[in-house]
Design a protein around this ligand. Sequence first.
Ligand code: GUN
Length: 284
Amino acid sequence: MSAQILDGKAIAAELRESIRQEVDRQVAAGNSRPGLAVILVGEDPASQVYVRNKKIACEKAGFNDVSEVLPAETTQEEVLALIDKLNADPEVHGIIVQLPVPDHIDPEEIIERIDPCKDVDGFHPYNVGRMATRMPIMAPCTPHGVMTMLSKTGIGLRGLDAVVVGASNIVGVPQLLELLNERATVTICHSATKNLPEKVAQADLVVVGVGIPEMVKGEWIKPGAIVIDVGINRLEDGRLVGDVEFEVAKERASWITPVPGGVGPMTIATLLENTMKAAYKLDC
Ligand code: GUN
């Protein structure tokens, strides 16, 4: 049996269209367009691609893009001063600092400086705490995009055995909290986990975000499981692959995300969604 494809690209396009329509309604009612500031420090090539894609998505959705690209030698104090300026600007509703930042920049201090109501990445400790206490306001974009994709596909999570592979602050930990809040039973695995194949083999739902090409083998997947691959890795031959061995996994899974065209487009659409909520105070 071959798995059904979770078409993140199509679901994200639908979400972006509904956001664009809401922005049009708000603007017609006299409100301003959502303003998103993406701060990129330095010239990390992958980050440059992400930031360019975010810029294009902003423009298509009718947002004001107020992104700032800063040279790699920008100091911590200069980044903090920029965040203070953006926090005080009423036309800026969302602020994100693209990660990773250069080594001399302390990302925790930067993230804590962002006004939690403008923290559209959901990385500020206040927003992490809201999520951990089941009162989320700003949810990190990749794991929340995964939740949207599952819910729009009609996949129920209550009581499922879920395994999250990777315990990063961007993906794994918030994914654990999101799944827990939907009443899944969640195991989180990381580099010190024993017997990873065995743990994955017990999962009804597997979410993988480790950044290692095809690290989760297709034969580990329980027949009928749902497989969500957050990874996107470029191989030396130029091919893009995820963190899961797709060709084998798809013969066992019931649903699987492709790479590219799965989770990636949902991340950007969710960033727009968070920024729109921040702009029109739909939650915060
Ligand atoms: N780097 C990789 N993913 C992300 C993300 O979701 N937000 C930010 N700010 N940086 C990232």
